[in-house]
Design a binder for this molecule. Structure first.
Ligand code: SF4
Length: 228
């Protein structure tokens, strides 16, 4: 699998306009902006994946944040969720720096690829089932490209966990019955492994539902599964 093929997919994704409601929302947010970012030019487009094409670990999120990824153009970048996630990735040795602020800040992921089940920021962080399904083929294609090295997917939250199964069927031809239920530190093992992790949302991290130690535990488990 080549970096060029993944870069071409990233470019295609960033030009997608298949979901009218999400296109309108992402562009409206980009035009109106939040006061704190009023001097910035928002990305306002779908947010592609981040990380090397030969990653062994993937992190699957829900969707970009309106003033995070939708502003900076990089997944989980420029918001509190990303602050928590990238700090943990750095502690785990999976990122070269603990922060992700903008697209040119020098961040490099190590053996890890991050992407979302829905690539455009949705109102209230809630895509519709139709939007989820419309966006799913991008996930199928991305998984297909990184499949040769991919060994573990970490699903951040139940939405990502549930988005994984159609992708597993599509890309790997596997369909476990019944589907395993989401939970923090839940595991499923097939042609690749799936780990559950509470989402790094502010609601979860501010309330202590997801602590840094819990996040570290899931990343350590992923590293163990890929032999690191
Ligand atoms: S959510 Fe996905 S399918 Fe819909 S417009 Fe954005 S990138 Fe395209």
């Amino acid at each position: 699998m080549s970096d060029e093929a993944l870069a071409r997919l990233d470019q295609e994704i960033s030009e997608c306009r298949k979901c009218p409601r999400l296109v309108a929302w992402r562009e409206q947010v980009a035009a109106t902006r939040r006061a704190a970012f009023r001097d910035e030019v928002y990305w306002g487009r779908p947010v592609p994946g981040l990380g090397p094409a030969d990653a062994h670990i993937a992190i699957l999120g829900l969707a970009p944040a309106a003033h995070g990824g939708n502003r900076t153009g990089r997944i989980f970048t420029g918001d509190r969720s990303g602050d928590v996630l990238f700090a943990a990735l750095h502690r785990a040795g999976l990122a070269n720096q603990p922060t992700s602020v903008h697209r040119d800040d020098g961040l490099k992921l190590l053996d890890t690829r991050i992407f979302a089940a829905v690539r455009c920021a949705p109102p209230d962080n809630a895509p519709t089932p139709a939007e989820r399904d419309t966006c799913a083929p991008w996930l199928y294609r991305e998984l297909g490209l990184i499949r040769p090295t991919l060994r573990v997917v970490i699903a951040l939250g139940a939405f990502a966990w549930n988005a994984f199964w159609p992708a597993l069927r599509q890309v790997y031809g596997e369909q476990p019955r019944p589907r395993p239920s989401f939970g923090h530190a839940a595991e499923w093992h097939g042609p690749i492994s799936l780990l559950g992790c509470y989402h790094v949302s502010q609601q979860n991290t501010f309330t202590g539902r997801l602590t840094p130690a819990m996040l570290d535990g899931v990343l350590d488990r992923a590293k163990q599964l890929v032999g690191q």
